[in-house]
Design a protein. Sequence first.
Length: 421
Amino acid sequence: MEFFRNTNIDFLGKKWYFLSFSLIFSVAGILSMIFWHHIPLGVDFRGGTLVYVKFAETPNISRIRADLDHAGLHNAKIQRYGDPVNDEVVISLDLKETSEADLSKGKNQIIAALETNPQQGKEDLNNSDKIGVAEVRSKLVERDPLHTNPEDYDRVARQIMDYRNKNAGGVLKNIDELKAVVPGTVVDSLKQDFYTSNFGVKGADIVGPQVGDQLKRQAWLAVIFSLIGMLVYLWFRFELIYGVAAVVAVFHDTLITVGAFSLTNKEISLTVIAAILTLVGYSMNDTIVVFDRIRENIKLMRREGLAEIVNRSINQTLSRTILTSGLTFLTVLSLYLFGGEVLNGFSFALVIGILIGTYSSIAVAAPMLVAYQDWRSKKAPGMAPIPAPQAGKGQAPGGKGQGTSGKGQTPAGKGKVRAKV
């Protein structure tokens, strides 16, 4: 299946437009990383506490921030989380708000700050980590509201906790809600030992300072080593200039993707690093397809200039590029639109990466070969053009180590076919 056949688009003729596009987005990302939002590292790298909180009603962000400030938790980041109808927020504390000795301190501080109306002598049925089936059963046995065997309260306690966690989404608006599943005498008994706040903590992600620094260092090393590995492979498989062009294109893709996160102030987490490494491989694969076609055409079009060969190669692989990249883009776009908050950063990186990775294979990597050839020609007039990478033993078609006769003839025995410029 092909979308385009026999296209003849002058991609190299539009190189200045491509260069302007890349410069605008690259410089914008760099300026944002230096002066505006910097690199918005997530809690995985900077260390700190993320607490996911569900409210019984629509949360008031200004009120939450005021409560946290009053408790001494300044500069906390508060964001709506998930589907708005779920009334959930995620509260992020910076590293300085977290204790290395007690990594649960940040979570407990947030709970204490949001508990605006605690009741002395009672426990919050929505929030205390100590409250479970066994604790509810123990209080019921002590009060004995049903005047029955203690074993019967196991079933009643499980019904109460199941209703809170499943039917009420983890947050009871009031204890009277439980009358739908247990007798009223049990509810009245619970009121003597428990109360309900207007929120419940659903979970927390806590990363200590040392772990955050280690993850940050390992993430940088993963990206750098992947680029070095790609350079070495392409140097061995093609020629050094091919490897340099591909690595520059991938670095260009990574820079623009990270810049997009900085410009939109989206946090970079471990899953985003995984997405960046994925797009490094994807972009490199697309670039290799174009390079492989250039290598084939250099041998078949020995009388053509390198610019014409590169243009022809890009056009010949254009249909394949549209099909593979288009299908992949639709997949990651669906993931971004419908994948939810948890996958938002990961899918956003892939959406940007697929677009930029496909673009750079055509507009960055391939034109660099022609730019390098032009530079060589100006530096040393008459210098032979870029050689075709060896596909086998170095023999040109139609002879043992020799090309066609005439101008641009390959010197006998040299074993390399050269494109005439």
